[in-house]
Design a protein around this ligand. Sequence first.
Ligand code: PMP
Length: 413
Amino acid sequence: MSLLQIQKDYSALQQLGYKLDLTRGKPSSQQLDLSVELLDLPGRSDFFADDKTDTRNYGGLQGLPEARRLFTNLLGAPQEQIVIGNNASLALMHDHVAFALLKGTCDSSEPWSKQGEIAFLCPVPGYDRHFKICEDYGIRMIPIRLQEDGPDMDEVERLVASDSSIKGMWCIPKYSNPTGTVYSDSVVERLAGMKTAANDFRIFWDNAYGVHHLTEEKISIANILERCAAKGNPNRAFVFASTSKITFAGAGLSAVAASKENIQWLLTRLTPRTIGPDKINQLRHVRFLKDEVGIAALMEKHRQLLAPKFQAVLDVFEAELSNLKDVSWTTPKGGYFISLDVASGCAKRVVALAKDAGVVLTPAGATHPYGKDPEDRTIRIAPSFPGLAEVQQAAKAVALCVRLAAEEKLQSK
Ligand code: PMP
């Protein structure tokens, strides 16, 4: 199709006056409705935990045992090695970084902030809010290429072996944000066993999408805590998860699992910070979700709502973009995102064109440290929030913008 024709189609698109938003991976209100029963729990008469704790009162720093039990499968750890947080796992991750900076980890000789400039390894494309934590605290970010089966481990091993300023690494091991990547057993094994120059190195294992399958294939991956322990590095990983995309994104539970020593360290850090978490929310989640089987049943309902939206985007991309050179996209088996790679140097242009046609996309670059995608290629697509018809319209609009940007680039050569 000629540039002129694509421009005409684009003008027609602009005339439609769309107001569509594919930016953040938020659950739709239909998904939130699946957990509306939570709003009636625990009710006025029975707000006591199994051990008769009155959940309305102070205390219970580590979280109710039954709430910790709820997370054992998702985090892959016994309840003694789990701490329940409030509504955001991001806040837990942030606090772990801040605590390590101010006080050091249980293996640090000094706080991270007293050890000169420190750095984190950041698999890319990745999650902008992980990168924001590092940026805000002046932690240097080192991008690592995310491959089909996880981060480029040759590069990771090479860097951590020689550079003791590398203190951490972000990992989204399953249905990664935004590519849907699943880490292979061999990647997990190498992360667990690699030699690190820093003896207080930590992996931030963000299992945000552990039960968020989009297909019938319910993928499970190697247990990082077990593998680290087996390799003689028991304190290496902090494992995070939350119910943000299981129940309510703004009012769920978060949790972290780690070695006994790490958990003791965390509880010591939390002691001056709070007298205890929101145990009423813990109790209502236990009563609503019940157990691993209850969680799986609810996630199946989410899948019924989400999978058609993902399929709609993939169908449109296949129909409209498959013959375009240098354009590709991921086909995730879970999670909340599709990652679209356009021709080099075109991502910003596509996002700007989409905006002018009423479709808001995550800013180009957000998937990379400092918001800078050196190739200007990657665009994160989040189809969960709008209705199915809107997702389809938005995908068609994005595809047209990709074609227009590609044709413009070709003509400018
Ligand atoms: N980690 C990842 C990888 C995410 O995609 C998100 C949500 N977009 C979060 C963490 C945020 O989780 P929470 O709501 O528990 O803070």
